[in-house]
Design a protein around this ligand. Structure first.
Ligand code: FRU
Length: 509
């Protein structure tokens, strides 16, 4: 039993055996660290934690090993940004102590319900899992900061159910019940537990939620719960979204996120009637895990960010001196398609301020032909394709050694895909794969948005309701990009590809 629990824990926490890890490969020379995605300067990073906006700063805490580029010594690393793109990395905010500081969330206690505030200012309160390496117990801890998240004082343990599989509390203020609400997982039971509290110190168990769609997974991790407007619904229509990450059994066999739509009354999550028994994946690619959203984001936006990797090969990612990368922050909405629900994700608008030189194509007909693009290493592209009888329209990135990564659209099946079966030198057996998602029915033009930042690509289609997030690697040297129509013709009604300027914070690292 203990052994089984341990196995599940290993699988679920990216504590993958290190045997497959190649010698510390540097970011290939002409392929330095990504330009506008957050990575720590060095060492290992996993889940985003404690996302909260306060006094003009978006806080991004993260699972961090300050002592090496493999998982271990889990602490909360810290970065801040004023625009979600340009990040400043700060010293570790919650170090490992007698317990490792596993994943969790942060709130601003405006009403000083906890009494942790000082001088009329609210405290920033972190609620996270303390993992005791001796007993393997996982329980929920509280720490607070009176200096805008720079340092935290530990209050102590607030929930202990005597479990080795109880983690990742997400806490927020629930105004209708005027209580703090926590969603936390009993990981290997694949259950989300809901708790409430008047003061962040004393917690009451309210209810549990689980679902048959996770039968193939070993666990649930990193839950999220928030309300979203239904963008094509009745005026003011909203629903609650519960998302969970699961350690394996995703669309590609590896780790992935899934989500549910329902109602939440502060006590219980009630699933939308006729919800399918099959999983609704957060992303059709391999590399979007442990997504968390910002508490307190201004303008009513719901923004989230994910850890851009897959647990199958997270420890083998061939980058040095940092191993671990975040996705671009994304704005969320809910959309209805008939009886079906879709979670829509688009890159935050702030990224548009970093657009520089543009290459534009208008009404270009490609007939079994290719056209070179010159987007640089970090770019933001929007393309609209129409009148196509081609088998495939592809955007191919090739390096000097013939490694290729292909992003494409197959009109006959209305599928978009990312093919990285030939992308980059081999570093893990599970990496080479093709990821596919189907667009809504229809025969009009198709618009794709592609963000590329050196070793990550994020594809958004159908207004963000279909996404593919994938890492990709290359041998040394620059990439050549071209767009082609294969097996027929297609018209590019418009294509804009903007190079993205590197934020100053990243240049100065
Ligand atoms: C997810 C996870 C969490 C845990 C953390 C430990 O990747 O396993 O469940 O809190 O990582 O680093």
């Amino acid at each position: 039993m203990r052994f089984l629990a341990m196995l599940a824990f290993l699988g679920g926490s990216a504590l993958v055996p290190v045997a497959t890890v190649p010698a510390q490969a540097a970011w290939p020379q002409a392929d330095p660290r990504p330009g506008f995605h957050f990575a720590p300067q060095r060492n290992w990073m996993n889940d985003p934690n404690g996302l909260v906006y306060y006094e003009g700063e978006y806080h991004l805490f993260f699972q961090y090993n300050p002592h090496g580029d493999r998982w271990g010594h889990m602490s909360w690393g810290h970065a801040v940004s004023r625009d979600l793109i340009s990040w400043k990395e700060l010293p570790v905010a919650i170090p490992e102590s007698d317990v490792m500081a596993f994943s969790g969330s942060a709130v601003i206690d405006w009403k000083n319900t906890s009494g942790f505030g000082t001088g009329g200012k609210p405290a920033m309160v972190a609620i996270y899992t303390g993992f005791d390496p001796k007993t393997r117990n996982q329980s929920q801890y509280v720490a607070y900061s009176n200096d805008r998240g720079r340092t935290f004082t530990r209050f102590g343990k607030v929930i202990d159910i005597g479990s080795t599989e109880f983690r990742d509390p997400k806490v927020f203020w629930h105004e209708p019940t005027r209580r703090w609400v926590m969603v936390v997982v009993r990981a290997t039971d694949k259950a989300a537990s809901f708790y409430s509290s008047p003061n962040l110190r004393e917690w009451t168990h309210e209810s549990d939620f689980s679902h048959p769609s996770s039968s193939r997974s070993i666990n649930w991790e990193c839950p999220e719960l928030f309300e979203l407007p239904v963008r094509n619904g009745a005026r003011g229509e909203k629903r609650w979204v519960l998302s969970v990450s699961q350690g394996d059994g995703g669309p590609d066999g590896g780790s992935a996120g899934q989500w549910f739509v329902g109602a939440f009354d502060g006590h219980r999550f009630k699933l939308e009637p006729n919800w399918p028994d099959t999983p609704r994946w957060t992303d059709a690619g391999a590399d979007f895990y442990a997504a968390q959203s910002w508490n307190e984001a201004p303008d009513g936006r719901r923004l989230w960010i994910g850890w851009a990797t897959n647990l199958r090969y997270a420890s083998a990612i061939p980058t040095y001196p940092a191993r671990g990368l975040m996705s671009v922050p994304r704005a969320l909405a809910l959309q209805r398609e008939g009886q079906d629900w879709h979670l829509a994700q688009m890159p935050v608008r702030e990224i548009e301020r970093y657009r520089t030189k543009v290459q534009r194509l208008v009404d270009v007909k490609l007939d079994n032909a290719s056209r070179a693009l010159d987007p640089g290493d970090s770019f933001d592209m929007t393309v609209t394709i129409e009148d196509t009888d081609a088998e495939r329209i592809t955007f191919t990135a090739s390096d000097a050694q013939g490694y290729q990564t292909v992003v494409g659209y197959t009109p006959a099946t209305r599928e978009i895909f990312v093919d990285r079966t030939r992308s980059g030198p081999h570093f893990h057996d599970a990496f080479a794969a093709r990821h596919v998602v189907t667009l809504p029915q229809g025969n009009g033009p198709v618009t794709l948005r592609l963000l590329v930042d050196r070793s990550i690509l994020e594809l958004f289609a159908a207004d963000g309701t279909r996404t593919i997030t994938d890492r990709f690697f290359r041998a040394d040297g620059p990439l050549r990009w071209e767009v082609s129509a294969e097996g027929g013709s297609a018209t590019i009604r418009s294509l804009d590809v903007w190079r993205l300027a590197q934020p100053d914070s990243i240049k100065s690292r």
